[in-house]
Design a protein around this ligand. Structure first.
Ligand code: 5RP
Length: 291
C-alpha cells in the first residue's frame, strides 16, 4: 500500500475514487477524518441509491458526489446481487463503474434510461440546476434528458435562492472559440445577469478539453434573472454546443447534511421527506469494500 495513494483518496470529495486501495486501518482512520461536506455527499448518494431497482438502466453522473453513488451501487451489485446496466456520463465515471463491478453500456445501447442520478453545482427551489463544474455537462444533459427520472444528489451547500453564483459552464467547439467568447460577451450585455466575465477553463497551461473534444467557457454571472430564457438564448449561438443550465430536467433532489440527515425533495409530488442515515457504524463501504 502506498501512502501517497491514501493521501490522495482522503480527497474523496474531489471526484476521486473514495478510499480505493487503502487497507482497513487506513480506511477507518480516514472515515474519522471525513469532512462534513463529504459526509453530506455520501449520505445523499446512499439515500438516492434506494431509487435503483433490479433490471434498471441507470445514468451515472460525474463528480465527487456521483462517485459516492457509483460506489454505493457497486456495493449493491456485489453484496445484494443487484442487476443494473449503467450508462456513465464521462470516461472518469465509466472507469469507476467498471472498477466497482457495474455493467457499463453506452446510451445508444440503452436507448432510454429508467433513472439518472447525478450531482449538481447549484439547485434552486424549482430544482433547476447549474451543472458542469466537472466538465461533463454535455453527456450529463443528454443522459438525464433520456431518462424517465433524474435524481440529483447534493450537499446542502449547493442550494441557492437564485442560480448563478457558481460560474455557468458552456461547452463550445474549439474552432473559433475566441469569436464565440466575444459573441457570448456581447450577448450578456442585454441579459438579466449581475456579472459578465467570461473565462476559458484551463487545465494547467492548456485549455481544458471535454470528453467530446470541446472547450468550456465559464460565465461569471453572479445571478441569473431568467435561467430558462438564458439557456435558450445561449444555445442559439454558433459554436455553443450546450450550456450547464438544467431546466425542468430534475425530478428529485436528495440533500445531504454533514450530520447524516437527508432531505428528499420531490418536485412532482410536492413532498419533502426527512430522515437520518447512520453512515459510519453500519456502512460496508468503509469497512469491506476494498478487501
Ligand atoms: C460535473 C458536474 C457535477 O455533478 C458537479 O460539478 C458537482 O460535482 P461535485 O459532486 O464534485 O460537487 O456537473 O460536470
Amino acid at each position: 500500500m502506498e501512502n501517497s495513494k491514501c493521501v490522495e483518496m482522503s480527497l474523496a470529495g474531489r471526484g476521486m475514487i473514495p478510499y480505493s486501495g487503502c487497507n482497513m486501518r487506513e480506511r477507518e482512520h480516514m472515515t474519522g477524518e471525513l469532512s462534513p461536506i463529504d459526509k453530506a455527499k455520501f449520505v445523499a448518494a446512499k439515500r438516492a441509491a434506494q431509487y435503483v431497482e433490479d433490471g434498471m438502466r441507470v445514468g451515472l453522473g460525474t463528480g465527487s458526489t456521483a462517485a459516492w453513488l457509483v460506489r454505493c451501487l457497486g456495493e449493491m451489485v456485489r453484496d445484494d446481487g443487484l442487476k443494473i446496466k449503467g450508462v456513465p456520463t464521462s470516461t472518469r465515471t465509466a472507469e469507476l463503474a467498471r472498477d466497482v463491478g457495474i455493467e457499463v453500456i453506452s446510451l445508444d445501447e440503452a436507448k432510454w434510461l429508467d433513472l439518472t442520478i447525478d450531482g449538481a453545482d447549484e439547485f434552486d427551489a424549482d430544482l433547476n440546476l447549474i451543472k458542469g463544474g466537472g466538465g461533463a455537462l454535455l453527456q450529463e444533459k443528454i443522459v438525464a434528458t433520456a431518462s424517465d427520472m433524474m435524481v440529483v444528489i447534493a450537499d446542502v451547500g449547493k442550494e441557492v435562492e437564485a442560480l448563478g453564483a457558481f460560474p455557468l459552464p458552456i461547452e463550445v467547439i474549439p474552432f473559433g472559440w475566441q469569436t464565440t467568447k466575444a459573441l457570448v460577451e456581447e450577448t450578456l450585455i442585454s441579459m438579466d445577469v449581475l456579472g459578465r466575465d467570461v473565462s476559458l477553463r484551463m487545465n494547467g497551461a492548456v485549455p481544458y478539453i471535454t470528453d467530446e473534444g470541446n472547450h468550456i467557457l465559464d460565465l461569471h454571472l453572479k445571478r441569473i434573472g431568467n435561467p430558462r430564457q438564458f439557456a435558450m438564448v445561449i444555445n442559439q449561438m454558433p459554436g455553443v454546443v450546450e450550456n450547464g443550465l438544467f431546466i425542468d430536467i430534475c425530478d428529485v433532489v436528495v440533500v445531504g447534511y454533514g450530520d447524516g440527515r437527508v432531505e428528499v425533495r420531490d418536485i412532482n409530488a410536492g413532498t419533502v421527506e426527512k430522515e437520518r442515515l447512520d453512515f459510519v457504524e453500519s456502512d460496508n463501504l468503509f469497512t469491506d469494500l476494498m478487501e
